[in-house]
Design a protein around this ligand. Structure first.
Ligand code: R5P
Length: 309
């Protein structure tokens, strides 16, 4: 057994961390996270990391600030315990949508998060379907962005109506939707979205032919589901017949699944970069795992062997 590395899992998504270590045939590193009544937290690594490659699997999903602080505390604990290289495996990167200033006197929080991670001693970041690639530029350390499209398409292949059109809900997701369309050998349509607030959007235009055809709407994140609800309505108005959704990060807040089901969405496919909310039991949701993808990149960083896919 290789004892030169340890993979720890934070509390954001321990099931994914365990799935990753299972793929690798090792046990998840022993650590305790304790939360205090005043909202502070501490992390205790319960095994030696001296001179070792340390991987910390922690999505910065809601509650974003708690999970981010926990990741930083894990890194600080490892750094102070003389770890070798510390790699943050952040399958879902919170604050990724804060990658620019929309108005004057606003922060660029994604850049601040990058600075905090580096200050905590993180020397390498692995993430999945980062909202925008320019976030990599906020770091002066290596960032590996993995694509979950392969895992999602593997789940969809053979189950979709051959007439299905892949739909991008906005201009920002055209590249992602093109990847799906190429993999599924399906045509592409694009909606134009205007954001009215943090949780409200309006669809103003459709480019492509959807009349009489089933649609697969794809996105990187489903947060409140507002973007996809508006998109489904626009596609319905254009004569589309059936709706499925595939997205990498299913935050699924504020009964997003219920709202999508109410619009006639037959299925929501997400990955396990973030845990499903408890209320999703019984909803039309499927989960494709990114564990082999993450385990593959960890193996590659350790041994230089190619990732699993
Ligand atoms: C926006 O640019 C993203 O790609 C997602 O479309 C958006 O974050 C989803 O949020 P919501 O589900 O709240 O509309």
């Amino acid at each position: 057994m290789n004892t030169g590395f340890v993979v720890f899992g934070g509390t954001a998504n321990p099931r994914l961390a365990d799935a990753v270590t299972r793929e690798m045939g090792v046990a998840t590193g022993a650590a305790e996270v304790e939360r205090f009544p005043d909202g502070e937290l501490t992390v205790r690594l319960e095994e030696s990391v001296r001179g070792k490659e340390v991987f910390i699997v922690q999505s910065t999903c809601p509650p974003v600030n708690d999970h981010l602080m926990e990741l930083l505390a894990f890194a600080d604990a490892a750094r102070r315990s003389a770890a070798g290289r510390i790699t943050a495996v952040v399958p879902y990167f919170g604050y990724a949508r804060a990658d620019r200033r929309n108005q004057r006197r606003e922060p660029i929080t994604a850049s601040l998060v990058a600075a905090l991670m580096q200050a905590a001693g993180i020397a390498h970041v692995v993430t999945v379907d980062l909202h925008t690639p320019q976030i990599e530029g906020f770091f002066s350390i290596p960032v590996d962005t993995l694509s979950a499209v392969g895992a999602l398409v593997d789940d969809l292949r053979g189950r979709l109506d051959p007439a299905t059109v892949v739909v991008s809900p906005d201009a920002g997701r055209v590249k992602l939707a093109t990847e799906y369309a190429l993999e599924l050998d399906a045509p592409l349509a694009v909606l134009h979205k205007r954001r009215q607030s943090g949780s409200e959007t309006e669809v103003t235009q459709l480019v492509g032919e959807v009349e009489g055809r089933p649609c697969l709407l794809v996105d990187d994140i489903i947060s409140t589901g507002g973007t996809l609800v508006q998109s489904v309505r626009a596609l319905q108005a254009a004569g589309a017949t059936e709706f499925r959704v595939a997205a990498t990060h299913g935050l699924l807040l504020r009964d997003a699944l219920g709202r999508l089901a109410a619009e006639g969405v037959a299925e929501v496919l997400v990955t396990d970069t973030v845990p499903l909310p408890p209320a999703s039991e019984g909803s039309p949701v499927r989960v494709a795992t990114v564990a082999p993808l993450v385990a593959g990149v960890i193996r590659k960083l350790l041994y230089g062997t190619p990732p699993a896919r």
